[in-house]
Design a protein around this ligand. Sequence first.
Ligand SMILES: O=c1nc2n(C[C@H](O)[C@H](O)[C@H](O)CO)c3cc(O)ccc3cc-2c(=O)[nH]1
Ligand SMILES: C[C@H]1O[C@@H](n2cnc3c(N)ncnc32)[C@H](O)[C@@H]1O
Ligand code: MET
Ligand code: SF4
Length: 380
Amino acid sequence: MTETVISTGAICAETGDLQTLMSHARAIRDQQWGRTVTYSRKAFVPLTNMCRDTCGYCTFVKHPSSPEANIMTPEQVLATAKRGEREGCKELLFSLGEKPELRYEAARAALAQLGYERLTDYLADMCALVLRETTLLPHVNAGTLTDDEIDVLRPVAASMGMMLETISRRLTRKGQPHYACPDKVPLQRLRTLERAGEKHVPFTTGLLIGIGESFAERLEALEAINAAHARHGHIQEVIIQNFQRKPDIEMANHPEPSLEDMLRTIAAARIILSPDISLQAPPNLSARHPAYLDAGINDWGGISPVTIDFINPQHEWPEIRSLSQSCADAGFELRERLTVYPRYLGADSTFVSPDLLARASDMAEASGLARQQQHLGELA
Ligand SMILES: O=c1nc2n(C[C@H](O)[C@H](O)[C@H](O)CO)c3cc(O)ccc3cc-2c(=O)[nH]1
Ligand SMILES: C[C@H]1O[C@@H](n2cnc3c(N)ncnc32)[C@H](O)[C@@H]1O
Ligand code: MET
Ligand code: SF4
């Protein structure tokens, strides 16, 4: 199966010559995206760290009995958003635990204190608050979503996302990272991808690499993402994220994926996925930027000048200026983008709700100008 990855010749993505594989991937990237690599300047809001799942790799999640368990108040959300706005951010990334109220009384109580029964309704109101009080565009990364949840979030989120993580059901068995995680059952993740497409939501997804999946399973997952995009055209970007070991997780002794493994996977993704899907790898999860560019990525994802990466808190964001320099050294221009990609911002787009569409289009236009001015400023 792995041999069908490249149509132009029989090269196996798993064991074939790495340089050949990467040069195929680069060629596709260069043709579609050129020598521009993008990022979104964002502020990160971990709305709650309570979650009904217990992924073996997650350091973010806290049991409701932990003193660190919390739901952010509207005041806290707004404070972060305002700080981001002052620092020139355009995206507010909400990343949070999934449906804790379905599992824990303490989560229901905390939500009730805020006046809510369902976390998603609170999330939607926090998106609305950010839209009302700031210039930021909300991006929601809240895991699996029902039809109704998408309907509630769609009017107030410019884009949404959920990592598919893996397509492997094996990883839901006892002793595996997704054991007893109802939201990490691959069929549920795939259903969310499909629903987002049916409802025309610009969508981010991706794979978590090195949690016990086989190489063939990664390719299968990429094929599934691509098939959903072929049906609906909604996948704006795919993230290839390397598992990061941390001392306080179940997988504290699980090996991290090697650089070569990451490069093979990134290149395979670029070759399998439709060229119009942006390919992203995070710049803070390794000092591997130039190699990732060589393997075919065109985006670094959200980079925050104001908040840490709450999901991988030990990894600092590269300063945007120094990232820009290292991209330039590799022959790429680093450019800012919005959370929603330009192709969903046409005047007759059905992918963004009307109010948000007008607003995001204006921002795209204005920031294009601002960018030019900034560039000229730097030259002066
Ligand atoms: O800072 C992070 N941003 C993460 N983001 C944010 C992402 O980098 C940007 O928000 C998007 O590229 C939109 O601009 C995610 C977004 C998703 O929709 C799904 C998963 C992720 C995962 C992360 C992550 O681990 N760390
Ligand atoms: C928001 C996303 O963060 C990713 N995520 C969660 N824990 C880790 C980790 N230890 N290393 C890398 N990525 C992680 C998951 O893929 C999740 O979907
Ligand atoms: C820290 S993970 C944040 C998003 C969601 N809980 C997921 O796993 O997909
Ligand atoms: S990765 Fe997401 S779903 Fe899994 S435990 Fe952490 S917050 Fe919950």
